[in-house]
Design a protein around this ligand. Structure first.
Ligand SMILES: *[C@@H]1O[C@H](CO)[C@@H](O)[C@H](O)[C@H]1NC(C)=O
Length: 303
């Protein structure tokens, strides 16, 4: 028998079938008939397949925006008590795998950003540092020169901070309860944050009740010049040059109002990723506003 399961569109399979027919010294009518069947199966098969593909194509163009979240009209799946009734879109770009860093364009609306800045403005104080053994406020002067304040969702009667917090939880799949309060920061011209780790190395800071797993930065303003978030050790670069923690080098992310930046401080095995070192380049022109949310491995009520 002729092996007719060969895929009709594959040219090489067609050729071997032809050879089989010739070798079998079959008469011309059989060959012609086989070829015709071959053609018809191929033609209709291809037509059917392409129809299937176009019917199954997801309706990407049909998107609606609800409360600043993009809802798609993709069919919803059955969902659990704590799930969402339908798919939502949170676009992101992988900026780096070393460290794991994601960029979320238009994560928050301009209105949400303005609301947060307005609340924070009235409460600003010079930013402080978690001190390592032997460090004092005097010895660490100049490392972090921004002003800031801590805000929780309850500090914002408009609900904007709560909405942002919820979206961060969705985007990271780290529950809201694992987040610290927002640290809202303002960097004026010349102000910066020298490169540092967000995770606490117990060898330097002593034993920790919980650890920072990841950081989500929401840029609340554009910056005319400077103010980038930098990752000097991205992909292992600059780790052997005696980096002075102040220079603005490596992967640099320019703040854009409403956009988010997520990066992980820990490897999946729980140890600190040395490449998660990061800092804020000095603002050269304009002003930088950013809301940082540190995400921990334990929930707030366990800390
Ligand atoms: C943890 O994971 C990192 C990255 O895969 C690896 O380099 C490191 O050796 C691991 N550490 C331990 C203690 O397993």
């Amino acid at each position: 028998m002729i092996p007719f399961s060969a895929a009709p569109t594959k040219e090489n399979k067609g050729r071997s079938l032809w050879l089989l027919l010739v070798r079998a010294k079959l008469g011309l009518p059989v060959v012609v008939l086989s070829c015709s069947i071959f053609f018809l199966v191929g033609f209709f098969g291809a037509t059917l397949l392409s129809q299937d593909a176009s019917e199954e194509a997801l309706p990407r163009e049909r998107l609606t925006e609800v409360n600043g979240e993009v809802e798609s009209e993709w069919p919803a799946m059955p969902y659990g008590d704590t799930g969402d009734p339908r798919p939502i879109l949170i676009p992101f770009q992988v900026l780096s795998w070393k460290p794991r860093a994601l960029y979320f364009p238009q994560f928050a609306t301009a209105e949400q950003c303005q609301t947060v800045v307005k609340i924070a403005k009235s409460r600003l104080a010079p930013s402080t540092l978690a001190l390592r053994k032997g460090e004092t406020e005097q010895t660490t002067k100049g490392i972090r020169t921004s002003s800031g304040t801590f805000l929780s969702a309850a500090d914002d009667p408009s609900g904007a901070l709560g909405q942002i917090e919820e979206k961060i939880a969705r985007a990271t799949m780290i529950p809201r309860e694992n987040g610290e309060a927002f640290n809202v920061l303002r960097y004026e011209i010349g102000q910066r944050y020298a490169s540092h780790y967000d995770a606490f190395n117990p060898a330097e800071y002593g034993p920790q009740k919980s650890q920072r797993v990841a950081s989500f930065l929401l840029y609340l303003s554009d910056v005319e010049e400077g103010g980038e978030t930098m990752f000097p050790f991205e992909n292992g670069a600059n780790m052997d040059i005696g980096y002075d923690y102040e220079k603005c080098i490596g992967l640099r992310v320019k703040p854009r109002k409403g956009d988010g930046l997520l990066f992980y401080s820990l490897f999946l095995n729980g140890t600190i990723d040395p490449m998660s070192l990061h800092g804020s380049c000095p603002v050269i022109k304009g002003e930088k506003w950013v809301a940082t949310k540190w995400l921990r491995d334990k929930s707030r009520d366990m800390m």
